[in-house]
Design a binder for this molecule. Sequence first.
Ligand SMILES: Cc1cc2nc3c(=O)[nH]c(=O)nc-3n(C[C@H](O)[C@H](O)[C@H](O)COP(=O)(O)OP(=O)(O)OC[C@H]3O[C@@H](n4cnc5c(N)ncnc54)[C@H](O)[C@@H]3O)c2cc1C
Length: 484
Amino acid sequence: MAQNYSQELLKALAAIVGEKYVTADPIATFPYSYDASIFGGTEAAIIVRPGSTEEVSQILKLANRLKVPVVVRGGGASIYGQPRGVPGKNVLLDMTRMNQVIRVNHDSMTVTAQCGIIMGKLQTACKREGFYIFAPFAPLHIVSLGGWMSGVAGGAGLWPDIVSITVVLADGTVVKTGGGPGTNIHQPIYYNRNLGGPDFAGLFIGDGGSFGIKTEATVRITKFPPVLRATIFEFDTLEKTLELVKRHVERVNPHPFDPIMVFGPGAMKHFMPDFGEVTNFTAQGMMQGHTEAEMDVKRDIFNARAEELGGTRTPMLDAMADAMAASGGAESEMTMDWLALFNALGLTAWLPFTLPREGFTRVYYQLLDWRTKRLEEAAKKGFVCCGTWEFFTPSDASSLIGEMDAFFKDTENPEVVAFARNMMRDFQLYARQLGSIDVYNQGFMADMNATYWSPGFRSLFQTIKASLDPNNILNPGLWTPLKK
Ligand SMILES: Cc1cc2nc3c(=O)[nH]c(=O)nc-3n(C[C@H](O)[C@H](O)[C@H](O)COP(=O)(O)OP(=O)(O)OC[C@H]3O[C@@H](n4cnc5c(N)ncnc54)[C@H](O)[C@@H]3O)c2cc1C
């Protein structure tokens, strides 16, 4: 039994969720001090696994009355660690019991689900009925719907498709955000996020779980597009590659079904290990849709644009494009082939960035130089870097999101782990100074983001937080600026 809490609190929680779903046993709390990242999990006193919105509401009413810190966890797949809360005192809400698909609505093309559901399960349920959630890149088999909306949605492409969220506030109030039952008590269907009041869904997206606990959400779905085409070009300069990106996003919205992805030499080495030295930028266009004829036209237009700019194709790249097209779009499946690729490469120092398209070239090379110097330092210490990965893609017409990761051998060596962790932190400090703002609103990165807020933004955040959570019980400490 945790020393900091009374049997009464445990009993009160058990009365809400059932004895089976509350524990203070260290054998059960210990695993929550880990997560998928190298930044770590939460030291919790009590773990609670609620099964409904009503239960979450009752838990928060109780915690708020007793001023007990509450930390929320979905899949535990954060890259930058879990909220620390008040170490050793936290009541940790593990949301993964709330994993039901409530309704796939064929007429409105939406799916409503509980927020603890793992995205892969949700995607599979949608696919079974011929639908698809646009969920690019994320490790679907470990990420929860609630954790994704809270911790990363800004860059993940999901947020424009969120129609409504049911959120429990710190005092237990249940809010259903707009355009349905929340803003018209006579309308049972969630159908359009922006009707009947301000866009409160937006308030809770990317909040890191600080403003409320998400229990249900309705997300727009689309008919699964079964036809996939891919085409790959090499370019000798970043400038020409970026011009292709520009011409592409002038014509089409790259998300969801016309992505263009640019890979650097390190990444291409992993795709084509036997190809020798690769020095160029490689642009991959993908077209996903419903008919062969439509996709052929899209591919031909893409090819013409790339050729105008001096892009070249090779038999090897064509073979790779054919293989990608034949895969049918791996992101729609539960298994993440690309993640398996990363896992095999060693310990990852994730080095992501998000930048405006304008001025990108200069910053890109500065970040690349930074990485080169840091890898030289690693080599001096005898740490083996077994590869790098450079990638970026437009998430819309204005921005480019990407990463330039490095992989280290000897994944169990604590010195190498510490080096990778510092590399991730220092890269972000440097990238922030060059204007980058990364998409992750979680753990250490939330604190990093808060460090660079303008006074007006900070004041608005503090006003909203103080008003929604006056006792500061929800994920306390998240968004604390780093000491410079
Ligand atoms: C190897 C790897 C690769 C990744 N690649 C990508 C990628 O390519 N694209 C991408 O978008 N993401 C990627 N991610 C990141 C991942 O999608 C995000 O970190 C996501 O936020 C994790 O969701 P989760 O359910 O595991 O949340 P957790 O890690 O459990 O929590 C994240 C945050 O959300 C809060 N939270 C969780 N559930 C709720 C809830 N129901 N209500 C309120 N707050 C809540 C938590 O308190 C925490 O602050 C990757 C992660 C890993 C480990």
